[in-house]
Design a protein around this ligand. Structure first.
Ligand SMILES: Cc1cc2nc3c(=O)[nH]c(=O)nc-3n(C[C@H](O)[C@H](O)[C@H](O)COP(=O)(O)OP(=O)(O)OC[C@H]3O[C@@H](n4cnc5c(N)ncnc54)[C@H](O)[C@@H]3O)c2cc1C
Length: 305
């Protein structure tokens, strides 16, 4: 099966027509992807669709699986770079039914397209604690589950069940998938449609105050005024990528309009008109310098399509 991250030929007119039958008018071709990522770089998707209903998702992915059309899913593109050459396949973004949050006692069910900030606000409204540490992560629940996004708290800490669609199969539920630092055990061809979390009762005013404190801290320490993708590199065990990059002297390094942030060394910012190639080249230069100066091989956290 030709699945996520697989380059290849663009879908044929017949394959696009087959996808259009199940997806409907939401299917677009030759769609610019830069505006759908927080770094604001990259090329076009051969096909792009916002899918609102799990049944359409199952149908579209089963066409991709049987027709060997490359595909992937994106959330808010906050940990994602699309190459300048674009993506020769279908890019799916969840919408509609996937944007709902329901709260039943301490159990919160959030659709895969729910922004993390909405999840945090909804939990706070119900006086539930456990997800405050995620506030300020500018992605979706689906992206956060895939990445096991987090800070001192990770999304995997509170997940009880996830509902996924695997290409060519039906909607399935997994109880407590395994999570590690910025990784989940979910198959790469699984689309997270919803996640159920079990939270703890808290004091609404305290939960709100904690959210505020964490947002203020981010505003003070992250270069949020310019397009970026959050942390570019994973922290190596026992250390911080930002410390290694800063002490290697890479802060302020530039390739084209991509710059290693002078505010937070593990961020690369698009100072205006950067290409994806600029960002990727800067990533490789920083990686080489850190290896040279510290003997550490940094692993990329950001996903590249
Ligand atoms: C300013 C800033 C601050 C950030 N701070 C943090 C932080 O503190 N901690 C942290 O962990 N991350 C942080 N990030 C990175 C990013 O926000 C998270 O990784 C987030 O979880 C990505 O979610 P997304 O919806 O944007 O996913 P995308 O960037 O769109 O996609 C990321 C990956 O997830 C996959 N994916 C997306 N949706 C789904 C889905 N429904 N099902 C299956 N796979 C899916 C994509 O295929 C891709 O591989 C930050 C980013 C920015 C820009």
């Amino acid at each position: 099966m030709n699945s996520v991250f697989t380059p290849g030929n663009p879908p044929t007119a017949e394959q696009i027509a087959a996808l259009a039958i199940v997806i409907g008018p939401n299917l677009k071709t030759d769609e610019p992807m830069a505006p759908k990522t927080s770094m604001r770089v990259g090329g076009r998707a051969a096909a792009y669709a916002e899918i609102r209903d799990p049944r359409y998702l199952v149908a579209a992915l089963s066409i991709c699986a049987s027709e060997n059309v490359a595909w992937t899913v994106i959330g808010l593109g906050s940990n994602l770079l699309v190459r300048d050459e674009g993506f020769n396949g279908l890019i799916v973004r969840l919408a509609g039914d996937f944007t709902k949050v329901t709260v039943d006692g301490y159990r919160v069910r959030a659709g895969g397209a729910v922004p993390i900030v909405s999840l945090c606000r909804e939990a706070a409204k119900h006086g539930l604690t456990g997800v405050e540490g995620l506030v300020g992560i500018p992605g979706t629940v689906g992206g956060a589950v895939r990445m096991n996004a987090g800070t001192d708290v990770e999304v995997g800490d509170v997940i009880d069940r996830v509902e996924v669609v695997v290409a060519g199969e039906k909607l399935q539920t997994f109880t407590r998938p395994e999570f590690a630092y910025r990784r989940s055990s979910l198959d790469r061809s699984a689309v997270v449609c919803a996640a159920e979390m079990v939270l703890t009762p808290g004091e609404p005013r305290e939960v709100q105050a904690e959210l505020r404190k964490r947002i203020d801290r981010r505003n003070a320490t992250q270069p949020l005024e310019l397009p970026n993708s959050g942390s570019i590199f994973r922290n190596p065990p026992g250390d911080h990528a930002a410390r290694l990059i800063e002490t290697a002297g890479c802060k302020g390094w530039r390739v084209g309009a991509a710059e290693v942030s002078t505010k937070h060394a593990n961020f690369i910012v698009n100072t205006g008109g950067a290409s994806c190639a600029d960002v990727l080249s800067l990533i490789e230069r920083v990686r080489a310098e850190v290896r040279e100066k510290h003997g550490v091989a940094l692993e990329t956290e950001v996903h590249v399509l």
